[in-house]
Ligand binder design. Structure first.
Ligand code: HEC
Length: 187
């Protein structure tokens, strides 16, 4: 019986002790998370660190070694050529409206119709630097283009290897999107 009493005292003592230590921990934690302002970073000598240097001005050349923003007469690689794609100067508003709908459904996950880059380049101004055939070939078979056309290849490198996927919009869909892009650039 006496032994039990001593054991009980011992356990009570232990419990008290552990309560005390956990309180002490809390107190320490509070001290660590005080709101004292952190001093600004300095060099070893105590001088303030230099401000970040501005990024080097982007060169006109892309990683692929050619200027992807330069105007090109290339028709690209694919089924659309001068023989089957003829584009007048007038814009067909009804066709452009259809193209806008296809563009919104199939392309806006990766492209804007402004200069803003998303996954792929912003497409504002595209009809001023690429031919209708090149654009339609890119829409219809982007993988063939990035493997065989020097501009598309360079674009792929600029996008760090992110490949445009074929959206299967069909020949008519590609032509309608082209009309929408032409209208977008005429505005
Ligand atoms: C999964 C994302 C993705 C989708 C969806 C996509 N593209 Fe692209 N697109 C890209 C990328 C990335 C590039 C750059 C080439 C590459 O890396 O494959 C590109 C390149 C292009 C280019 C050439 C741009 C230039 O500066 O010459 C055109 C034109 C284009 N896309 C049109 C379209 C159209 C129209 C659609 C919808 C039918 C579409 N893309 C759907 C990602 C996409």
């Amino acid at each position: 019986m006496r032994k039990l009493f001593i054991a009980g005292l011992f356990i009570a003592g232990l419990t008290l002790y552990s309560c005390h230590s956990s309180n002490a921990d809390k107190y320490n934690e509070n001290e660590v998370t005080s709101n004292a302002p952190t001093p600004p970073p300095t060099t070893m000598e105590g001088n303030p660190l230099p401000k970040e240097t501005p990024a080097a001005t982007a060169s006109a050349e892309s990683k692929g070694g050619i200027d992807v923003n330069a105007k090109s007469d290339s028709k690209g690689v694919g089924k659309f050529t001068d023989a089957n794609i003829k584009v007048g100067s007038a814009i067909d508003a009804a066709m452009a409206a259809k193209g806008k709908a296809v563009f919104q459904a199939s392309c806006t996950a990766c492209h804007t119709s402004t200069t803003q880059k998303l996954v792929g380049p912003g497409l504002k101004g595209i009809t001023k630097i690429r031919t209708p055939q090149w654009i339609m070939n890119m829409i219809s078979d982007p993988v063939k283009m990035t493997h065989n056309d020097p501009i598309a290849e360079a674009l792929l490198q600029d996008m760090n290897g992110v490949q445009m996927t074929n959206q299967n919009v069909g020949d008519e869909g590609a032509r309608e999107i082209l009309e929408f892009l032409r209208q977008n650039d005429a505005q």
